[in-house]
Design a protein around this ligand. Structure first.
Ligand code: ATP
Length: 238
């Protein structure tokens, strides 16, 4: 039995006085890929924001056995939980290299940062070719790669990915998901993947949780969730 790296129990989240998550519980195994699925507005993005303490929460968020709920967002990043938000969060006026160096700002060891840049470029050779290019001039797929590369510069133990396939051409999506699987494999980075593209997410994830109106309505191994009649009809479109 693998141990859980992240455990979320009875999580509630609020935007001001509006409650967005009612009761969300799930676990991510150390080294695993877990996906959160659900329709628009189900609470997927909010769950990632809750883990990073960007929204007000109640409940338990345990990382590596320690309750991190309510910790400062920057301290959560220092625990090596890297958030790749929807919209990607890159600095469009800065170059690719500047974006990557800023991502490692919490670390002062320059030689190590240089080594990390090389490591990240092994996954994303296209970014190396475009190192001095302004991030805002990259294609959508390259910007998504940059967002993931920035997260990698944190040397994450856990990556929170918000719809990495959003708005991208199918071939680029396949390329990005292959890289994510390599990162999971070779760097032992655990991944929490939020996706609208359920078929894609269920192919890479080992565990899946389905959210509806701020609650988990189904969970299990991806292979089982994939075969569920309701899930197929509601999210997979066949
Ligand atoms: P989507 O795929 O559309 O992003 P989602 O599953 O990620 O869907 P969330 O964005 O987490 O859903 O939204 C969950 C609920 O919280 C929705 O009812 C949404 O209207 C509400 N919500 C999201 N962001 C805010 C905000 N900044 N202020 C108020 N309510 C919000």
């Amino acid at each position: 039995m693998t141990t859980a790296l992240l455990e979320v129990e009875a999580l509630k989240a609020f935007y001001g006085t509006t409650q967005s998550l009612e009761n969300v519980s799930f676990k991510i195994a150390s080294g695993g890929i877990t996906t959160l699925l659900g329709a628009n507005g189900a609470g997927k993005t909010t769950t990632l924001r809750a883990i990073c303490n960007i929204v007000r929460t109640e409940g338990v968020i345990r990382f590596d056995g320690r309750d991190i709920r309510g910790m400062l967002t920057e301290d959560i990043a220092r625990l090596r939980i890297a958030h790749v938000p929807e919209g990607r969060g890159t600095f469009t006026a800065l170059t690719v290299e500047e974006n990557l160096r800023i991502a490692a700002y919490t670390r002062k060891d320059k030689a190590v940062v240089k080594g990390d840049l090389e490591r990240v470029f092994e996954y994303f050779p296209r970014l190396k070719e475009r190192m001095q290019q302004q991030a805002g001039t990259l294609s959508g797929g390259e910007q998504q790669m940059l967002a993931i590369a920035r997260a990698l510069m944190l040397r994450p133990r856990l990556m929170l990915l918000d719809e990495p396939s959003f708005g991208l051409a199918p071939l680029i999506v396949v390329e990005i998901f292959r890289i994510l699987q390599r990162i999971n494999d070779e760097e032992s980075v655990s991944i929490l993947l939020v996706e609208q593209n359920a078929a894609l997410a269920l192919n890479v994830a080992t565990q899946a949780y389905v959210l509806e109106s701020g609650r988990v309505v189904m969970s299990g191994p991806s292979s089982v969730v994939k075969e569920d009649e309701n899930i197929r009809r509601s999210y997979l479109g066949y």
